[in-house]
Structures are given as structure tokens and as C-alpha cells.
Design a protein around this ligand. Structure first.
Ligand code: ACO
Length: 358
């Protein structure tokens, strides 16, 4: 029995390889460094879903088709109210559940476009602003930022969001991808598989970490206060958000890819200096406290900095993660369906047995 399924291999995949000892990520035969800065959201979706989704349009026509999907989804934003007080993630989940399970290629396109439309709309509605309609002529990353702000982003900003979305597109059998595969294996359709992925992503031990990274940076405020703040958090039994990983025993390569994207964007130098000071203090304290367990920076630490610099509020960070990771969820869901095998492990009953009748 392995409570966390550590070291259990549950799938053969052509999608991604996470080498936790070397700190290396490969997606469909390409290293992370080869992809970031060269591929955008659309190219990444075409690469990952290639051969797995017969109804998907070619890479060349994908931007226009995705644009039309965004326009179609805006109808949900306009006609399906979400309860007041729901945060962006809950609104994304509720609106995504409105997508019907139709033909797989068409459904996948809607799901790929969903966080791009629903996240900015939810953020704006929470601020009392009207949602901005999609522009189907724009690439998805640029349009997401335009819908968030109501004005076109710079090329550098759109490129930074693309770099992020490519970086997080897939990552082996992480918790949300495994959840998506489990659900896909019962053949309920792709919407349910993506909703399962969304549900698992929300937690702070997975995709919910970057919002709390901002709380940590704001709580520390001054680099000189980092050590005391972090020591106090660990004394309370808290985990330091943005550090540690189930697979990586060295630095998460995605952290550096995102740090470079932040540098290219020319984000607030003071904020970056604070983050670097907090990172160094956290790594030093974790080494002192857990000398036998390497705990390094993970993707979520610099995710927080990058998405903050792009103008997303912390409670929407996980929605943006979902935008990138939907590519991986869909590819894994299709790969699992093709195996034809229901995922159904076993448990060992350790409760009481019924009393024998006298
Ligand atoms: N801060 C403090 N202590 C930590 C941290 C952390 N960030 N991460 C692990 N530890 C400690 C554990 O408490 C445990 O201590 P113990 O042996 O005294 O009980 C020890 O290190 C070993 O931890 P593991 O059980 O090996 O960690 P696990 O593989 O279960 O957890 C996880 C991985 C969930 C990412 C963890 O490191 C964590 O909670 N990190 C903070 C949240 C975070 O950054 N999540 C995003 C992960 S990246 C992603 O999902 C996209």
C-alpha cells in the first residue's frame, strides 16, 4: 500500500517526462528550453494533442478556430449568472460545467478556450466591471490579457503569458492530470475529465500555491524580515508555498523558465529583489530544518511573480494555470481513453468485520 501512490507507475505516456533527479522536463520530444519562447499556446496545444484528437484542426487553423470557440463561450458569460461572492476559480468551474459534451474535437476546443474567456470575465465581474467580449482575430494569450484589462497588451506581455502557458502545459502524472485520467477512463466525456482536473488543481498542495506566495511576499515586505517570518511560519507547522515537490529532488526547471520570462518582461525590479531574497532565505531554512529531504523552489514561486506582473489578481492565478494545463488534461484524457482500461485500484479494508450471528 502506498498512500500517496509514490513511485507507482500508472500509465505509459508519449506526452511528457519529468526527470526528478536531473531537473529535466520533456514534452513530446522537446525540452522545456526548446519550447519556451518558441511556441505559443496554440502551437503547444497542436503539439500535445497531435494524433490524439482526430477532430482537432491543423496547427495553422487552430488560432482562428479557437478564436471562434472563445466567441461562442462568451454567450455563457452573458447568459449564465454565477452567484455573487464566488471567486474567479469557482466561477471558472461553474461556467466550464455549462459546456455540453458534444463531438470530441469541438468539445476540446471549447475546453481549451474556456479559462481564457471565463477567467477575465470572472475577475472583472468581481470588480463590478462588465466582461469584455473576445476578439477572435487575436492569439489566445493576447486576447486573454485584453479581456482582463479592456485594452490590448504589449507584445512582450503576450509573449510572457505564452511562455507561462507553454511551461505548465503538461507535467507527467501530477494530481490533476491523474484525476483527469481516472475520470476519462470511465468514458463520461472530456468536460467531466477537465472538471476533475480543475477540482484537483485548486488545492494549495498543487495549483493553489501561487496565490499564497503573494501573501507570503506581502507579509514579509522587507528582505531583512524574511528569515524571521519564514521561521515563524514553519514553527506554526505551515508549509512554505512554492517550495518542495513530490518528484523533483533538485530545482524545478520550470522555476527558471519563468524567472527568465519575468526578466524579459522587465517586471518591477524591487519586487523581484524581494522574491529572490525570500527564496534564498527559504531554501537556507529548509536545508537547516530538513537536511535529509531536498526541498527546492518549485514552479509556483515564480508563477506568482509573473502572473502578478501581468495584472492577474492572486485569486485568479490558479485559473491561469488551468488555462495552460487544460492542454495536458485533454491529451492525457484522450491517451487514457485509447488504452481502453478503466482505472480502478484496490483498497485494504481495516475496519471492523460484522459480528457473527450467534
Ligand atoms: N515547506 C515546509 N516543509 C515542507 C515543504 C514545504 N514547502 N514541502 C515538504 N515539506 C516537508 C514535509 O512536511 C515533510 O516533513 P516531515 O518529513 O517532517 O513530515 C518533508 O518535507 C517531506 O515532504 P514530502 O512528504 O516528501 O512532500 P510531498 O511529496 O508530500 O509534498 C508538496 C510535495 C505537496 C509539493 C510539498 O512540497 C508542499 O506542500 N509544498 C508547498 C505547496 C506547493 O508549493 N505546492 C505546489 C507544488 S508544484 C505543483 O503542484 C504545480
Amino acid at each position: 500500500m502506498s498512500a500517496g501512490l509514490d513511485d507507482v507507475v500508472a500509465a505509459h505516456t508519449v506526452l511528457s517526462e519529468v526527470d526528478g533527479a536531473a531537473g529535466r522536463l520533456v514534452m513530446r520530444g522537446h525540452s522545456l528550453a526548446e519550447l519556451v519562447g518558441r511556441a505559443g499556446f496554440e502551437e503547444m496545444a497542436a503539439l500535445m494533442l497531435d494524433g490524439l484528437l482526430p477532430g482537432l484542426p491543423s496547427e495553422r487553423s487552430l488560432p482562428a478556430v479557437l478564436g471562434r470557440s472563445r466567441v461562442a463561450l462568451f454567450d455563457i458569460v452573458e447568459h449564465v449568472p454565477v452567484s455573487a461572492g464566488l471567486g474567479p476559480f469557482e466561477a471558472l468551474r461553474a461556467w466550464t460545467a455549462q459546456i455540453p459534451d458534444g463531438e470530441e474535437g469541438e468539445t476540446a476546443l471549447r475546453l481549451l478556450a474556456a479559462p481564457a474567456v471565463f477567467t477575465p470575465a470572472a475577475v472583472r465581474k468581481a470588480r463590478g466591471l462588465a466582461a469584455v467580449a473576445p476578439d477572435p482575430a487575436l492569439p489566445q494569450a493576447a486576447d486573454t490579457l485584453r479581456m482582463l484589462r479592456g485594452e490590448a497588451p504589449s507584445q512582450a506581455e503576450a509573449a510572457a503569458l505564452d511562455a507561462y502557458l507553454v511551461t505548465v502545459a503538461d507535467h507527467g502524472l501530477n494530481a490533476s492530470t491523474f484525476a483527469a485520467r481516472v475520470v476519462a477512463s470511465t468514458r463520461p466525456g472530456l468536460v467531466s475529465a477537465v472538471l476533475a482536473g480543475l477540482g484537483a488543481l485548486k488545492g494549495p498542495l498543487h495549483g493553489g500555491a501561487p496565490g499564497p506566495v503573494i501573501e507570503m511576499l506581502d507579509g514579509i515586505g522587507d528582505p531583512a524580515d524574511a528569515r524571521a517570518w519564514l521561521e515563524a511560519a514553519l514553527d506554526r507547522g505551515d508549509r512554505l508555498m512554492g517550495f518542495g515537490h513530490r518528484i523533483y529532488r533538485v530545482r524545478d526547471p520550470r522555476a527558471d523558465a519563468l524567472k527568465q520570462a519575468i526578466a524579459r518582461l522587465g517586471a518591477d525590479a524591487g519586487r523581484l529583489a524581494l522574491a529572490e531574497a525570500v527564496e534564498q532565505a527559504a531554501l537556507a531554512i529548509l536545508r537547516e530544518r530538513k537536511p535529509r529531504r531536498p526541498l527546492e523552489t518549485n514552479v509556483e514561486f515564480y508563477t506568482a511573480l509573473l502572473l502578478e506582473a501581468l495584472g492577474f489578481p492572486p485569486d485568479a492565478f490558479t485559473c491561469v494555470f488551468a488555462l495552460g494545463r487544460t492542454i495536458g488534461w485533454l491529451a492525457h484524457a484522450r491517451e487514457q481513453i485509447e488504452t481502453g482500461r478503466l482505472i480502478r485500484p484496490q483498497s485494504v479494508y481495516v475496519g471492523p468485520q460484522p459480528r457473527q450471528a450467534a
